[in-house]
Design a protein around this ligand. Structure first.
Ligand SMILES: Nc1ncnc2c1ncn2[C@@H]1O[C@H](COP(=O)(O)OP(=O)(O)OP(=O)(O)O)[C@@H](O)[C@H]1O
Ligand SMILES: [Mg+2]
Length: 281
């Protein structure tokens, strides 16, 4: 049974005009433990897709199944519990000013921990070791007690990623995790996220602008354009021609942002079902 199952799903941003669909007729199945990159030009619907999977956005058409259940047919309390099993990391993490990094990171656990633990951790971060080790994966452990409003954009982004790691969620949905990072940090960050997901057996769906990062680190690529799935394939089947077609008229977005990256050299992680048939529409 897939962990995520979208069937003919269409959704639009709440502020969009009627009729303007951000994703349109999307079918997608992701099994537990898969590590998937979603790519496509700006405006393709990547963020909207993640929000739809996270039940943060109700589709206008189609069905969303998560963990084998239909979240939009559930009572609120059950839906809330279901959301607690996933973590949506937005491109710009919402970090209250004046908050300490340690508190901001541990906020990732809020959906899973009890009320009293959450309240206590506002005054004294009870699991600071956990926050420190998550931050260390992003070379940020020296900032544990700094205030978040004194961090750079890239540092804040890494705090957001550390928060995703401590969440312990079964499903991690990460939006553009590398947008504010320099090439070296970006490499480290993506390796940490993918490594943590694999080590913990979590399912990971990440949107990315950098196609070469997707090819190097992920086993499956879902390509969106104009709200449609253009292809959904194991990484070894993704050709340069497919990428050129995906980014046609957006060639400026198909540039390597990782210095020294061998653009189309990638390794395929072991033991994944590489025989999955490619769908291309
Ligand atoms: N705030 C908004 N108000 C109205 N419409 C929006 C808004 N945000 C997104 N949309 C619509 O949804 C479409 C898909 O946007 P989305 O943010 O999902 O794309 P994306 O692939 O994540 O783009 P990017 O790579 O720039 O982050 C946009 O083309 C736009 O039409
Ligand atoms: Mg986006």
């Amino acid at each position: 049974m897939p962990l995520i199952e979208l069937a003919d799903v269409s959704a639009r941003h709440p502020a969009a005009r009627a009729g303007a669909l951000a994703i349109d007729g999307v079918d997608l199945e992701v099994r537990a433990g898969e590590v998937v990159a979603v790519i496509g030009p700006s405006g393709a619907g990547k963020t909207t897709l993640l929000q739809t999977i996270a039940c943060a956005l109700r589709p206008v058409q189609g069905s969303v199944q998560l963990f084998g259940s239909l979240p939009w047919k559930m009572a609120r309390a059950r839906q809330h519990r279901l959301r607690g099993r996933l973590f949506l990391a937005p491109q710009v993490p919402p970090l209250p000013p004046r908050q300490r990094v340690v508190t901001a990171v541990l906020a990732g656990r809020l959906a899973r921990q009890g009320f009293w633990t959450s309240l206590r951790s506002l005054f004294y971060p009870v699991r600071s070791d956990e926050a420190r080790s998550a931050l260390a994966r992003f070379d940020m452990d020296d900032k544990l007690f700094d205030r978040v409003d004194r961090l750079s954009g890239g540092e804040r982004q890494r705090v957001g990623l550390a928060r995703a790691l401590v969440s312990g969620a079964e499903l991690l949905l990460v939006d553009e995790p590398l947008s504010a990072l320099d090439p070296t940090r970006a490499r480290q960050a993506i390796a940490s996220i993918v490594g943590a997901a694999r080590a913990g057996g979590a399912t990971l769906v990440t949107t990315l602008h950098q196609v070469e990062v997707a090819r190097e680190n992920f086993e499956r690529i879902v390509a969106l354009r104009d709200g449609h799935v253009m292809f959904d394939a194991p990484v070894r089947q993704v050709s340069d021609a497919m990428l050129r077609e995906l980014y046609a008229d957006h060639e400026d977005e198909l540039t390597s942002t990782l210095e020294g990256a061998a653009p189309y050299a990638y390794t395929l992680p072991g033991e994944f079902d590489v025989e999955r048939p490619m769908t291309c529409r």
